[in-house]
Design a protein around this ligand. Sequence first.
Ligand SMILES: [Zn+2]
Length: 66
Amino acid sequence: MPGPNTIIDQFTELPVSRQRRYQLRKQASGLCVICGRRKAVSKSLCARCLRKRGVKKPGRNSAERV
Ligand SMILES: [Zn+2]
């Protein structure tokens, strides 16, 4: 049952959670699936969110990890 704020597009009918649809929309527009910023090359997240998720930047030592 669509609510008043439901976005109607190609993802609306998919049998996935609202969060997943949100991610798919971001992915389709080539943006970070969390914050909507321009994402890092070949990743689905931007550099910032990758770091938040604990993905280390290559070439950095582990002390850099937040
Ligand atoms: Zn992000």
